[in-house]
Design a protein. Structure first.
Length: 271
């Protein structure tokens, strides 16, 4: 199939996407941008790329829809299990130990780039299962994709999507509905789904845990550094950061401390 974009058009769209979101397109993933823009042109019944470019500049809703279309929303429940083993066996016990002499029983968590909600729901189930009953967990789940957020807010997943959930969790925290599974209300109310572009400050502060896995790979070094700095500002003392197993802060100008546990590696704001 012929490419939609000329080199100059590709450069123009790549720049506006980068400026708006920090997502970086190069020639290696050019075909993704090409196919997603073809889809948007069909949807909007436009015949030329220039018409669509003018539309996104003049219509904020379409700009958001375009950014949504170029993101990749690959996720599943309990994805990269060792991270959740660290959460259960190391991070939560650390927080409980630190809070023994305080009255603060609220743990604040951000699932950044949450896609369709499997990650924050996994966190919520583990918290419900493993934390003392007097603890409260507040999870903010954010993404650039409004379509993905709608799936997360509904909390309904087909049978194929719940593969990998331990049987005891599936029985305890889901209800079988028609041809799928509905997350139970006590888990859903732990999570607030919210549209957020990591290019901007989230406004969140005093976070104990941040998950941002397999998101930084879509940014160049400058955008990665800016995102990591905003995480630092949003996080509390002695807090923990999870990034994707193929991602690293090595070489970045950051004060995060690398932490290797018997389950997996993560980062700590150790001040």
């Amino acid at each position: 199939m012929a490419e939609l974009l000329t080199d100059s058009e590709f450069d123009k769209f790549s720049k506006v996407i980068y400026d708006k979101s920090g997502i970086s397109f190069s020639n290696t993933n050019r075909s993704i941008l090409d196919s997603r823009l073809k889809e948007r042109l069909r949807t909007k019944k436009l015949s030329t790329v220039d018409e669509y470019y003018d539309l996104i500049l003049s219509n904020e809703e379409e700009m958001i829809a375009m950014l949504d279309s170029v993101t990749t929303n690959l996720t599943r429940f309990f994805r990269n299990l060792p991270h959740f083993q660290v959460l259960e066996n190391y991070v939560f016990p650390q927080i409980i130990e630190q809070r023994k002499k305080t009255s603060d029983k609220t743990i604040r968590i951000w699932s950044a780039g949450c896609s369709t909600g499997e990650e924050p729901y996994t966190i919520a189930m583990i918290a419900k299962e493993k934390l003392p009953p007097d603890y409260k967990v507040e999870i903010t789940a954010s993404d650039l994709s409004l379509k993905s957020l709608m799936v997360g807010r509904q909390g309904f997943y087909s049978a194929s999507r719940v593969a990998g959930i331990p049987e005891n969790y599936l029985a305890k925290y889901f209800t079988v509905v028609n041809d799928g599974y509905q997350i139970k209300e006590d888990i859903m109310k732990m999570i607030r789904f919210d549209y957020h572009n990591l290019k901007n400050d989230s406004g969140l502060r005093n976070l104990d845990i941040v998950f941002c896995r397999n998101v930084l790979i879509y940014f160049d070094e400058v955008a990665q550094q800016a995102v990591i700095n905003r995480f630092w500002d949003a996080m509390a003392k002695k807090s923990h950061l999870f990034i994707g197993h193929s991602e690293s802060l090595f070489g970045m100008d950051t004060k995060f401390e690398f932490l290797k546990t018997e389950w997996a590696c993560l980062y700590r704001k150790n001040i």
